[in-house]
Design a protein around this ligand. Structure first.
Ligand code: GRF
Length: 215
């Protein structure tokens, strides 16, 4: 099995990047990370990549006059590393429609809410303010509108009465680290098909030919 090459885009701490690095370390995982790109020099995730000898680059959006020029620079680097699949992991920039189209159904994002509820950069604050009893996280294919696109997998967590931003975020993050590697595995194994806004996950075959339920 030829492993798919992954490019991970980050802006911050990179704990999801870390979860993907750890998943990729397994011999039977169908993907490997070829390059990590951050738009912020201070992103701690860059250190995580370097520790694992993964090429880590900074492309500062402030060095580019337009969103398209910034996206083109990222695209060139992704091509240079022969990337098959892009994973957004805490990447805090909106991408141009042209870039999104180039990576149509080959680019994933993780968001810390049960989409389509609570889009945007303040999901946990909004969840706590709304009084909902459950939150969670979503891995989805990327479309040009922020935090939209066909949902691949979600995990649900309770929202507890005593929750703070920190406790809720930590509970959700634990699930993010489970479902991101899972969704990437399915995509890398060619088991996802997209029809409109719906994603079908095909079962895998075990060595004895039995079907393994995807969940
Ligand atoms: C995560 O909550 C992710 O869902 C959101 O940004 C956060 C990034 O965290 N998109 P990390 O950088 O992966 O630790």
């Amino acid at each position: 099995m030829k492993k798919k090459k992954i490019g991970v885009l980050i802006s911050g701490g990179g704990s999801n990047l870390q979860a993907l690095i750890e998943a990729c370390a397994a011999a039977d995982y169908p993907a490997e990370i070829s390059v990590v790109i951050s738009n912020k020099e201070s992103a701690y995730g860059l250190n995580r990549a370097r520790e694992h000898h993964i090429p880590a680059h900074i492309i500062n959006h402030k060095d580019y006059e337009t969103r398209e020029a910034f996206d083109d620079a990222m695209h060139t680097l992704l091509m240079h590393h022969q990337v098959d699949i892009v994973c957004l992991a805490g990447f805090m920039r909106l991408l141009s429609p042209a870039f999104v189209k180039r990576w149509q159904d080959r680019m994933l994002n993780i968001h810390p809410s049960l989409l389509p509820a609570f889009k945007g950069a303040h999901a946990h604050e909004d969840v706590l303010a709304s009084g909902v009893r459950f939150s969670g996280c979503t891995v989805h294919f990327v479309r040009p509108e922020m935090d939209s696109g066909p949902v691949i997998v979600q995990a649900v967590v309770p929202v507890l009465p005593q929750d703070t931003l920190e406790t809720l975020a930590a509970r959700v993050l634990e699930q993010e680290h489970r479902i991101y590697p899972l969704a990437l595995r399915w995509l890398a194994e060619g088991r996802l098909s997209v029809s409109g806004n719906k994603v079908m996950v095909k079962s895998a075959k075990a060595a004895d030919g039995a079907l393994i339920n995807p969940l």
